[in-house]
Design a protein around this ligand. Structure first.
Ligand code: PEP
Ligand code: MG
Length: 588
C-alpha cells in the first residue's frame, strides 16, 4: 500500500544524520531472515551445529572484510567502526555464548544465535544511556549477517543498486551504509536504529542524509513514492506537495553550502588557530564503546568507568574477569592511553544484590573510594587487575571521590600491597602505571596542593564537582536549574585546581560533561586544560570549536568571566562573542 498519487504524509522519526535529500523510494526487504525454526539435536548433532555456526561466522566475517578492503583508506572513522564490527563477530557475548547454548541446550544453531543475540540486545536496551542502548543495534546487525549465512537467505547488495533512489529499509548495518554510493543512493530511512547507532555514525561521517527509528512507518511507503528525507529535523515527507517540495529544494542547497567546509576539517587534530595542541579523549563504560571512541577520533580513553561489571553480577567480579575486560580495552586502544577509574559504586549506582545500604543521602554516603577503603579486598582485586592490564599498553589509574589526604595515603598503601602480591604470584604487570585522582569534591580543591604530592595527575570531574559545590543532587530535577558548569564558583574552583597542579608540576585533565560542550570550551582553554575527555559523540564538535579559537583570546575570556557574577552572564558573554561558531556547532 503506497501513497502514490495520494496526499502528502509527514512521519517523524529520529534524525540519524543531518542533510536533506529528495528522491524516489526503493524498498529493501530482508524480513525472510526473521523466520527461524527451533529443533533439538543430539550430541553429534550439536557438534555439527557448532561447526555450521562457526562456518557462518567465518563467511560473514570474510564478507565483512571484503567490504573493509573495498573502502578507501582515508575513511578513518568508518573503517574503525567496521573493524570493530569484525571484533563483534568473535565477541564472547555472541560467539562463545551461542556455542555454549548449542552445547548445553542441544538446539540448532539458528535458534541458539537468535536466543543469545536477543539476550545481549535486551541487556543493552535496558540501560538508560542512549549510547549503550544503541549498541543493541550493532549486535542485531552482526547476528543478522551470521544468520543470513546460516539460513541461506541472501542479503541485498547495497553496492549493486544503481538507481538514484532513497533506500527504505527495516534496518541497515554500518557495513551496508558504508557501501552506499552517494552518486546513486541519495539517503536512507529505516524502522530501526537510534541517534547514536553505528549506522547513524557512519551515515553522519559519510554525509548521507538519514532518518532512523521510524518504527513501522516505512510499511506505508511504496516503491517509487517521492520522498523527502529531512535528517536534521528527523522526519520524512512522502509524496510532498508543490510548496513543500520547493521549500525543501531551497533548504537542501543552503545546507550543502553550509557544511561544505566542515567536512574537510573533521579529521584534523585539535590545534588552535595560534598553534596550541589539545588532546581529546573519550569517556567509556563498556569495552564495546571503544568503537565509538575510535570512530570519533579519540586520542585515548580519558575515563573508563568500571562500575558496569559490578552492577551486572550477583557477586563481586574476580581479578581474572576484570583483567580480561581491561586488557581488551587497553589492547584495542594501544598505544593510546587508557585511564581506568576504580569502582565508583553507590551514590546513584547501586547493586542491591551485592549489598544494600540504607543511606538517607547516598551521594554523601559510602560511595566510590570510601566504599573501596571499607572493602579493601574488593579494591585490591581491582587494582591488581588494572596493574596487570598495564602490561598490555598505556594505562593510568584514577581514583574517584578523594576528599582528603588520608584517603590517598591509604590508597597508596593498597597499591603497594597489590604490587607485592603480584610480584609474589609471578604475574606480569606494569610498575609504571601513573596514579591520578578525580577532583570532584570541593575539599579536594582546597587541599589540591597537598594531594598533588601523592599523585601524578588530577582529572576534574565536573559532574560531581558541581553537585557537591552547589549542593545540588545531580538527579533532582527540582534543582537542575542550578546545575551550571559556567557558574563563577565552578570556574574559580577549576582555576584553583589548575594553580595547584602547576605549582606541583603534575598533569591536569578534565573528564566531566563540562568538557563536551562547545560553549564551555573558551573558558576551559583559558584555564589551559589541555586534556579533555568526554562522551565520544561530542569529540568532533569540540574539536571543531577548538580549531576555530585563539588561545590568547580565550585567556581574555577567562579574565572577563572571573569578573562576572552569574553563570548566565558568563554564558551570554561567550555566546555573544562566538555566536557564529556556536550556531555552526549546533549549540545555540
Ligand atoms: C564527574 O563526576 O564529573 C565524573 C566524570 O564522574 P561520574 O560522572 O562518573 O560521577
Ligand atoms: Mg564523579
Amino acid at each position: 500500500m503506497g501513497n502514490s498519487g495520494s496526499e502528502q504524509v509527514v512521519i517523524n522519526g529520529i534524525g540519524g544524520s543531518p542533510g536533506i535529500c529528495i528522491g524516489k523510494a526503493y524498498i529493501v526487504d530482508r524480513e525472510g531472515v526473521d523466520v527461524i525454526k527451533r529443533y533439538r539435536v543430539d550430541e553429534a548433532g550439536a557438534a555439527q551445529e557448532i561447526n555450521r555456526f562457526k562456518n557462518a561466522v567465518e563467511k560473514a566475517r570474510q564478507e565483512h572484510a571484503a567490504v573493509i578492503d573495498s573502502l578507501d583508506d582515508d575513511l578513518g572513522s568508518e573503517l574503525n567502526i567496521l573493524e570493530a564490527h569484525m571484533v563483534l563477530y568473535k565477541d564472547k557475548m555472541i560467539y562463545e555464548k551461542t556455542v555454549d547454548t548449542i552445547n548445553n541446550e542441544k538446539i540448532n544453531a539458528e535458534w541458539a544465535l537468535k536466543k543469545v543475540s536477543r539476550q545481549a540486545r535486551l541487556r543493552f536496551k535496558n540501560v538508560d544511556d542512549p549510547y549503550l542502548k544503541s549498541r543493541a543495534d550493532d549486535i542485531a546487525q552482526v547476528a543478522e549477517k551470521v544468520m543470513s549465512h546460516l539460513t541461506g537467505v541472501q542479503d541485498i547488495k547495497i553496492s549493486e543498486i544503481n538507481k538514484r533512489v532513497v533506500l527504505v529499509a527495516h534496518d541497515l548495518s554500518p557495513a551496508d551504509t558504508s557501501q552506499i554510493q552517494l552518486e546513486q543512493i541519495q539517503g536512507f530511512v529505516t524502522d530501526r536504529g537510534g541517534k547514536d547507532s553505528h549506522t547513524s555514525i557512519i551515515a553522519k561521517s559519510l554525509r548521507i542524509p538519514s532518518v532512523v527509528g521510524l518504527g513501522k512507518a516505512t510499511a506505508g511507503v511504496a516503491n517509487d513514492d517521492l520522498i523527502i528525507v529531512d535528517g536534521g529535523g528527523g522526519k520524512i515527507i512522502i509524496n510532498p506537495d508543490e510548496e513543500t517540495l520547493i521549500r525543501y529544494e531551497e533548504r537542501k542547497v543552503r545546507f550543502e553550502r553550509y557544511h561544505a567546509g566542515l567536512e574537510r576539517s573533521s579529521y584534523l587534530p585539535a590545534v588552535t588557530k595560534d598553534g596550541e595542541t589539545y588532546t581529546l579523549l573519550s569517556n567509556i563504560e563498556l569495552v564495546e564503546e571503544v568503537v565509538s571512541a575510535r570512530d570519533n577520533g579519540a586520542e585515548g580513553i580519558g575515563l573508563f568507568r568500571t562500575e558496569f561489571l559490578y552492577l551486572d553480577l550477583k557477586r563481586f567480579p574476580t581479578e581474572e574477569e576484570l583483567y580480561s575486560r581491561y586488557k581488551e580495552v587497553v589492547e584495542l586502544m594501544a598505544p593510546a592511553p587508557v585511564t581506568i577509574r576504580t569502582l565508583d559504586i553507590n551514590g546513584d549506582k547501586v547493586n542491591p544484590s551485592l549489598f544494600s545500604l540504607e543511606e538517607a543521602n547516598p551521594a554523601l554516603g559510602l560511595r566510590a573510594v570510601r566504599f573501596c577503603l571499607k572493602n579493601p579486598q574488593v579494591f585490591l582485586t581491582q587494582i591488581k587487575a588494572i596493574l596487570r592490564a598495564g602490561a598490555s599498553g598505556n594505562v593510568k589509574l584514577l581514583i574517584p571521590m578523594i576528599s582528603c589526604v588520608s584517603e590517598i595515603v591509604q590508597v597508596r598503601e593498597i597499591i603497594d600491597q597489590a604490587v607485592n602480591e603480584l610480584e609474589k604470584e609471578n604475574k606480569e604487570f606494569s610498575g609504571k602505571v601513573a596514579l591520578g585522582i578525580m577532583i570532584e569534591v570541593p575539599s579536594a580543591v582546597i587541599v589540591a596542593e597537598k594531594l598533588a604530592e601523592y599523585v601524578d595527575f588530577f582529572s576534574i570531574g565536573t559532574n560531581d564537582l558541581i553537585q557537591y559545590s552547589m549542593a545540588i543532587d545531580r538527579r533532582n530535577r527540582q534543582v537542575a536549574h542550578l546545575y551550571q558548569p559556567l557558574e563563577p564558583s565552578v570556574i574559580h574552583m577549576i582555576r584553583l585546581t589548575r594553580e595547584a597542579a602547576d605549582k606541583k608540576g603534575i598533569d591536569l585533565a578534565m573528564c566531566g560533561e563540562m568538557a563536551g560542550e562547545p560553549v564551555n570550551i573558551p573558558i576551559l582553554m583559558g584555564l589551559d586544560i589541555k586534556e579533555l575527555s568526554m562522551n565520544p559523540g561530542s569529540i568532533p564538535t569540540v574539536k571543531q570549536m577548538i580549531r576555530n579559537l585563539d588561545s590568547s583570546e580565550t585567556r581574555k575570556d577567562l579574565e572577563k568571566a572571573l569578573t562576572l557574577s552569574t553563570a548566565r552572564e558568563v554564558r551570554q558573554m561567550i555566546s555573544d562573542k562566538y555566536k557564529e561558531l556556536l550556531v555552526f556547532n549546533g549549540q545555540e
